[in-house]
Write a protein that binds this ligand. Structure first.
Ligand code: ADP
Length: 386
């Protein structure tokens, strides 16, 4: 049985508006509904300041639609766009050029950035992937960026620093535990050509992760320094979401060559993304740029592009803040399904358009790393006037 937009709207009329007045459909908060392969996509417009408070409303709408017979899945996003996320098809864009297959030279470790922090022998550069809040696709981006860098010919590792909610074992479909070299140093796990370390390999999934600050730091330090990473061009660190003290300490403790911020297009997430940018600025870590995730939607039947989630916010914001815009990743059911199956899209569909998007992001990240390391070594000692 195929589901119709009318049936979805009918169901959404049972969801009350933000102040329990009216319903979200009558209040005009629901964007156009898009249905493809029995999966339903739409967004709900809310005031930016109330985004967090209204998360239950988003979840209720998603649940309601998923409960309808004939619905295989639902993706609902909150958006702060005043225009209400219309379904205008955006003009087609040329595909980004595919990066040259030749093995690029690895980025040189930055000379003066974050000087004083001990590097990790054998690792040329460590970069962080961070987000201002959870659920924006940070881990998905981190793993596909790492695979994109590997596809460019680099030797790449990934360190899952999300100690409270490690996701790399699942995203990469890795089971088992790392072995030790001499009872102390751990051998990283390996998958799809990446070296991988995660707290998820070391503790059972059910173990409650009640860590105090210093324990979190020592776990991270161990995963960084007491692992036989071997020679790596880049180690990608999947940071825990948010910009609290724990994240700040990590950003301070790890000798980072740069940081990539992941954001969704809505203003809501961008407010958090700005906090992420500021956090790295505070600890003197160069910003490599912003990736906009769940940016637009491509209809599987027509290939037409739809900007239902208020796309473009991150690009404008990056420009305003003078930060590089690294690329935009569409919202795509295959990304979620492949993540759940432990085969990230860059390895599951290496010739598909999404893998190409991630390789483009990886190429720009690499370019920015080179530029940063060149400028930091050219800068020489800073002269400070007191
Ligand atoms: P975070 O690390 O920011 O908490 P995740 O990477 O775990 O976010 O992603 C959250 C959820 O969104 C996951 O179910 C993931 O599969 C899904 N997801 C991430 N990016 C996309 C995308 N571009 N299209 C569709 N689903 C996505």
């Amino acid at each position: 049985m195929s589901i119709s937009k009318e049936t979805v709207l009918e169901k959404l009329r049972t969801i009350k508006g933000p102040d329990f007045e009216g319903d979200i459909v009558s209040l005009g908060l629901v964007s156009e509904i898009f249905i493809a392969d029995s999966k339903v996509f739409f967004s709900i417009t809310v005031p930016a300041a109330r985004a967090q408070e209204l998360e239950p409303l988003r979840a209720a709408a998603e649940r309601a639609v998923k409960s309808l017979p004939g619905v295989a899945g639902a993706v609902v996003a909150l958006t702060a766009e005043k225009k209400g996320g219309g379904m205008e098809a955006a003009p087609p864009r040329p595909a980004p050029p595919r990066p040259a297959p030749a093995r690029p030279a690895p980025p040189a470790a930055p000379a003066s950035t974050q000087s004083g922090k001990r590097g990790v022998p054998g690792i040329e550069a460590i970069i962080a992937v961070a987000s201002g809040k959870g659920g924006v696709g940070k881990s998905t981006t981190a793993v596909n960026l790492a695979l994109g860098l590997a596809a460019l010919g680099l030797k790449v590792g990934i360190l899952d620093a999300d100690i409270y909610g490690p996701s790399m074992p699942k995203l990469l479909g890795i089971k088992g535990k790392p072995t030790t070299v001499d009872g102390k140093i751990l051998r990283p796990m390996e998958k799809y050509g990446l070296k991988v370390m995660s707290m998820g390999f070391l503790v059972e999934e059910e173990t409650p992760m009640i860590w105090r600050g210093p324990m979190v730091m020592s776990a991270l330090t161990q995963m960084l320094r007491e692992v036989e990473w071997g020679a790596l061009d880049v180690l990608v660190v999947d940071m825990p979401p948010g910009t609290g003290d724990a994240q700040l300490t990590m950003a301070q403790q790890v000798p980072l060559a740069g940081a990539v911020i992941v954001s969704t297009p809505q203003d809501l997430a961008l407010i958090d993304a700005r906090k992420g940018l500021n956090m790295f600025r505070k600890v003197d870590v160069p910003l490599l740029g912003i990736v906009e995730n769940m940016s637009y939607f491509i209809a599987p039947d027509t290939g037409k592009r739809y900007d239902i989630f208020g796309h473009g916010g991150a690009r404008n914001e990056a420009q305003r803040l003078g930060v590089t815009f690294l690329g935009e990743v569409p919202i795509e059911m295959a990304i979620r399904e492949n993540s759940d199956a432990g085969t990230p899209i860059v390895v599951a569909e290496p010739n598909g358009p999404i893998a190409e998007v991630y390789r483009g992001v990886a190429a720009r990240v690499l370019e920015r790393m080179r530029a940063e390391s060149a400028s930091s070594s050219a800068a020489g000692p800073a002269i400070v006037f007191e």
